[in-house]
Ligand binder design. Structure first.
Ligand SMILES: [Zn+2]
Ligand SMILES: [Zn+2]
Length: 375
């Protein structure tokens, strides 16, 4: 596919970011774009607001899967770009517009040049939440076409265009959202003895959480417990009946995620007893770690290292979360970072990923997928 066309697709998709499981226009746009490709070896199956697209190989022995996530974020865009989001309050601030465009570019190539093996392109909804990977994996549609190996990429603002970064083993952490509601008894600000103040209870809880990483996670392991938002009360002179705390948990090991959650639960139940209130915990979206299969990652890294015009970085693991991890729990494969050279980071309202990364990634993936089929 020509670079101009790829950029046009990216900008069209950038204009229409949609939240998880509401990617209706996005799904329609992807479908319409695929219909422009030669259809002889292509089959398309919708799955909820996503799409599965299989390219049948000429003499298939295996199926290689490639996943692109398709949802946007509830962030009002501030890039000032001419192709800025037309969906007020939403933005492709995590580069999923890039991910989709790259997948379409690779798919266009193989639709016109039949591969030997089967290829499965997965346009997955709801990566940012509530999580599309897990239900997709369990779906009949996916099971019928289940790949033998999986790949995906994520844009990386911190690397220049032309750089690819990955590593064997653990790449992304285990993550969980955290929502806690505390309910006590409201009252007059001047009569605290007749009320049960949830601002005080909530503050205690946040302070106690600071001991979890410091005192319950092994020093050579690693974890994060961040409370990003607290809300409670109604007015300055009324004692708050309700308080809510919103946060996230990140851990390098699956075991630490259990340890951290158990500690949170016992501290919350201590607050319930100590402050005579009612508490509830909701973990929201939980993502398991992204663990790159060693053989898959090493093969891809060797290929990229020897390829002209690409730079391979063996990176560190990161505390970011990705629901692609669920695919890798079941199917060997890998994920890698793609340099897009943006001064602002992921989930920022001014993310400015460089479009030159799109043709680079399309060609890299075409070359790699052609290479693995020779083996
Ligand atoms: Zn994201
Ligand atoms: Zn993302």
């Amino acid at each position: 596919m020509q670079t101009d066309r790829l950029i046009e697709i990216r900008r069209d998709l950038h204009r229409i970011p949609e939240p998880g499981f509401q990617e209706v226009k996005t799904q329609q746009y992807i479908k319409k774009t695929i219909e422009e490709f030669p259809q002889d070896n292509i089959e398309i199956k919708p799955w909820r607001t996503g799409l599965l697209v299989r390219v049948t190989g000429s003499a298939p022995e295996k199926t290689y899967g490639y996943r692109a996530d398709i949802d946007g974020l509830p962030i009002p865009e501030e890039t000032g770009a001419a192709y800025q989001s037309s969906h007020k309050g939403f933005m492709h601030a995590c580069g999923h517009d890039f991910h989709m465009t790259i997948a379409l570019g690779v798919l266009a190539h193989f639709a016109a040049n039949q591969p030997k093996d089967n290829l499965l392109f997965i346009f997955q909804p709801a990566e940012e939440g509530p999580g599309g990977a897990q239900p997709l994996l369990e779906s009949e549609e996916f099971r019928a076409w289940k790949p033998d190996e999986m790949m995906a990429l994520h844009i990386a603002p911190e690397y220049p265009v032309g750089t690819v970064a990955t590593k064997p083993g653990l790449l992304f952490a285990n993550t969980s959202e955290l929502f806690i509601d505390l309910k006590g008894k409201g009252g007059h600000a001047a009569l605290p003895h007749l009320a049960n103040d949830m601002v005080v209870a909530c503050s205690q809880l946040v302070t106690q959480f600071q001991t979890i990483v410091a005192r319950n996670v092994a020093p050579l392991d690693s974890a994060v417990v961040t409370v990003g938002k607290i809300s409670g009360g109604t007015k300055q002179n009324i004692i708050a009946e309700h308080a809510r705390l919103e946060g996230t948990i990140r851990t390098l090991s699956i075991e630490s995620m259990d340890v951290v959650k158990k500690r949170i639960e016992s501290l919350v139940s201590g607050i319930e007893t100590g402050f005579d209130c009612a508490a509830s915990i909701n973990y929201g979206a939980n993502y398991c770690q992204v663990y790159n299969n060693h053989a898959s990652a090493e093969r891809f890294m060797a290929f990229t290292r020897n390829r002209e015009n690409s730079v391979l970085v063996e990176c560190e693991k990161a505390m970011t979360g990705e629901d692609f991890g669920y695919f890798l729990e079941e199917i060997p494969g890998l994920m890698f970072w793609l340099g897009v050279n943006s001064p602002s980071g992921l989930h920022s309202s001014t993310l400015d990923a460089k479009e030159e990364a799109i043709p680079f990634a399309v060609q890299l993936l075409i070359d790699y997928l052609e290479d693995v089929q020779k083996k």
